[in-house]
Design a protein around this ligand. Structure first.
Ligand code: UDP
Ligand code: MG
Length: 326
């Protein structure tokens, strides 16, 4: 770490994907909110391969506030969590706070997360008050939260909110991981020694639309489930065991019945019904194993997790010239 970097207390990491419509409003609230904290901070924007003018807007912002602004430009779209991981790897701060670019997480709340970090918590989770999202997303997310809470040892009340704080020890631990598909808050949580959670405000998206389709939300939740738990696999094999026990008993019953009462031919469609149901479970189980195998495959291929096209940063901070300290 360079001399100047060592003095930075807070790094704010913001993934950006096609957010041109809202970036100006974000800048207008973010910088004053951070300036008001009266500490040395940096903002690390990660452009996740936006196809709109986001990258140009970030470059302009870097030119306007080079002292505190850095931008990592991805060569393509690698997803929000990869963008945050890139931010983690580039962050210099003693503490890191992640934030969405769409102003759903109010920048004015950063100070409250920082307070918790300063108080010694190395992971600060957040719970959204009055969540401003569509009803089906709120409902689905409540279900998934409950499922994950039971199947992993990760206690995150509201997994969807990405405005969170991490201390340096947790950031370093996450940086030491090389997972290709992951869910950053959950990964970080596993390394935290003094986690805490606070309530924060949640606002409606300032501009544009959610960048998550139903499909990418499902993919993300598979990442979360398979990345932190083997329980889905164990559940499937348990179900298989139970079913074979049951069908064993059933076959025995049929055999005895045949000897006592004689052959039976009715209930053909009931049999079809049961068979289709079991085939459904079987296909799901094969698919589930595929989810794990696919991730293992990605991992062993060991391709780069993301590709950086450019990093915009200014190294000479006027207040602490480089090379003046031992
Ligand atoms: N995002 C990203 N890459 C993606 C999708 C989203 O960097 O592939 C960013 C996006 O620009 C935003 C944040 O991740 O800053 C959260 O995305 P969004 O607001 O669309 O998600 P939602 O709030 O609907 O869960
Ligand atoms: Mg959003």
């Amino acid at each position: 770490m360079s001399d100047t970097a060592a003095n930075i207390e807070l790094s704010v990491i913001i993934p950006v994907y096609n957010e041109e419509a809202g970036l100006a409003a974000l800048f207008a609230r973010l910088y004053p909110a951070l300036d008001a904290l009266n500490t040395r901070y940096e903002i690390v924007f990660v452009n996740d391969g936006s196809r709109d003018r986001s990258a140009a807007l970030l470059a302009a912002q870097h030119a306007a506030r080079p002292d505190v602004t850095r931008a990592i430009l991805f060569a393509a779209n690698f997803g929000q969590h990869m963008a945050i991981l890139a931010g983690f790897e580039h962050a210099h701060g003693q503490y890191v706070v992640t934030l969405d670019a769409d102003l759903q997480n109010p920048p004015e709340e950063i100070g409250r997360i920082l307070e918790q970090l300063r108080a010694g918590h190395d992971y600060v989770g957040t719970i959204r008050q009055l969540r401003q999202d569509s009803a089906w997303r709120r409902y689905a997310s409540r279900m998934i939260n409950r499922m994950r809470e039971r199947s992993t040892r990760i206690h995150i009340t509201d997994q969807g909110c990405m405005m969170r704080g991490y201390a340096r020890n947790v950031v370093d631990a996450v940086n030491a991981c090389s997972e290709v598909s992951t869910f950053v808050p959950a990964l970080a949580y596993t390394f935290a020694q003094r986690p805490t959670e606070i309530h924060i405000r949640h606002e409606e998206r300032f501009a544009g639309e959610s960048k998550y389709s139903l499909y990418s939300l499902i993919r993300l939740n598979f990442d979360l489930m398979t990345g932190f738990s083997l329980l889905p696999l164990q559940f499937v094999s348990m179900a298989g065991m139970l079913l074979s026990l049951l069908s064993g008993a059933f076959v025995t019953y049929l055999f005895i019945r045949r000897l006592v009462v004689g052959p039976e031919a009715e209930g053909l469609f009931t049999l079809f019904g049961i068979a289709f149901f079991l085939i459904g479970i079987l296909l799901f189980a094969v698919g589930l194993i595929g989810e794990y195998v696919g991730r293992i495959y990605q991992q062993v291929r060991a391709r780069p997790r993301y590709l950086v096209q450019a990093v915009l940063e200014t190294n000479d901070h006027p207040s602490t010239p480089r090379g003046t300290q031992p």
